[in-house]
Design a protein around this ligand. Structure first.
Ligand SMILES: [Zn+2]
Length: 181
């Protein structure tokens, strides 16, 4: 298990990845996979790059690492995420047998930032299902929330089409608000 200073270091790395994802025109989320005090893989959300609504940072991080390292079960690994994992990612974390999840911004905090229907938050599913995954967070929430400063929430569909129309990866001006995650 990582020390307090290591935990904050890896969480800040996940937050930095979220900023990078936003700058690249993806959804602003990042994740880092840590084993034995070493960051073995990191990923940003790539939903808009790949036109793949499943390519959340957590899923990208787990899938890319497992395929590259030929690991099929990630016991004793910790996944650091800039935001509390959603229901889909919680299922992936469980399937990959990850031991620990550390997140910055909670789903409840995230829901307060945007209008629209609240999500239940994936870590609640992990805890209530009796999963052995240890869940820690919110940690450093002010730093995680700073990623969303002046961020316009809109549907993935709207963001994707605007991005395609702009012909690039830039975070083009927003269209009508239609929050969706
Ligand atoms: Zn997710």
């Amino acid at each position: 298990m990582e020390s307090q200073s290591e935990t904050e270091h890896f969480l800040r790395l996940a937050i930095a990845l979220a900023k990078q994802a936003r700058a690249q025109g993806n959804e602003p989320f990042g994740a880092v996979l840590v084993y034995d005090g070493i960051a073995v893989h990191q990923a940003t959300d790539r939903t808009l790059d790949l036109c793949d609504p499943l390519m959340h940072a957590e899923i990208a991080c787990i899938s890319e690492y497992c395929r590259a390292s030929h690991q099929i079960a990630l016991e004793n690994y910790t996944l650091y995420t800039s935001c509390e994992p959603c229901e889909m990612c919680a299922g992936a974390i469980r399937s990959a047998k990850i031991s620990r999840v550390v997140f910055s911004v909670s789903q409840a905090m995230f829901d307060q930032l945007r209008s629209g229907s609240p999500n239940c938050g994936g870590t609640r599913l992990l805890v209530e299902s009796g999963s052995p995954v240890e869940v820690i967070g919110p940690l450093l929430p002010e730093e995680g929330l700073a990623v969303f400063q002046d961020y316009v929430f809109e549907s993935k569909q709207a963001r994707y089409h605007r991005r395609m129309a702009a012909g690039g990866h830039q975070d083009a001006p927003a269209g009508p608000e239609n929050p969706d995650r």
